[in-house]
Design a protein around this ligand. Sequence first.
Ligand code: FDA
Length: 308
Amino acid sequence: MFRDMFRSTLLAASRSTAVRALVESAPLSRLVVDRFVAGTGVDQALAVTREILTDRLVTIDHLGEDTTDRARADAAVETYRTLLRRLGDAGLADRAEVSVKLSALGARLPVDAEKIALDGARRICEAADAVGTTVTVDMEDHTTTDATLQAVQDLRLDFPWVGAVLQAYLRRTESDCRNLAVRGSRVRLCKGAYDEPASVAFRDRHEVDRSFVRCLMALMAGAGLPMVATHDPRLIAIARSLGQRHGTAYELQMLYGVRPQAQTRLAAEGERVRIYLPYGTDWFGYFIRRLAERPANTAFFLRSLITG
Ligand code: FDA
């Protein structure tokens, strides 16, 4: 109950420009942010990628979302294309892919939003194809689910390896899992990080966990690649046992900076573990979602502001 209220309050506060200005200007923010973000530029992202690749795989996210400016959307596409070229040049593209938010590519622009975002995503896929890696399209709040899944379906006509993300907290997701668990598909299943109404989402965390298990069962019984994106030890154990039972290949995926010891332990135990690695200057929205997932993170952040 307290956890839910805390999460909703923090995610609502993240829409305030005053809160954003306060957090971004706080002198110690950067130190706390660095736990979750691999630096601001592509060189730093590639350096961290190299370290992780010693025992795990990577998916790189160039931070940015909710772009309402066409020039910024175009710049985001170019940033991804450069990143992909650099991954290819460095010989890392066989183990590192990229994750993309359609709202960073223009999906919230006032005109032609869906077309602009889809064209941008297509150009990113072309660059990924050229170096032999893949793209996974992140999922944002529930108002975007249909459009995002449609975009993934369109992209998969030319780039069948494009991955989708589904959120177990949405009531619709078990059915989406059944539809997407087809040969060649790549589906990243996560709990979901936005503040969604009860009309579309389970609000009780036990219900979210039960939904996650039903979704896992659908994905593991299907013909695609399940990408199990959670740090929850119980759900990871269930995924491993379902994978073994069905003889299904799968990946375990976690966020950079979250349960790092579990990441390396699972890799040492022979699991395919992929780390979601964000970089860039537009870290605010991503960072607040990480704080909202765990009250202790927020306490640590607030203490760093007060004690300096
Ligand atoms: P839960 O929140 O219950 O955490 C389980 C345990 O993990 C906690 O007890 C704690 O030990 C640890 N933990 C979790 N989060 C932590 C944090 N921030 N700091 C410290 N410890 C933490 N969401 C979305 O809506 N759209 C998306 O596209 C994606 N993409 C995505 C990709 C990948 C690879 C991952 C791993 C996650 C996402 N997410 C996401 C985020 C996801 O929806 C969810 O919010 C987080 O993964 C936290 O949920 P858990 O499943 O880890 O469970």
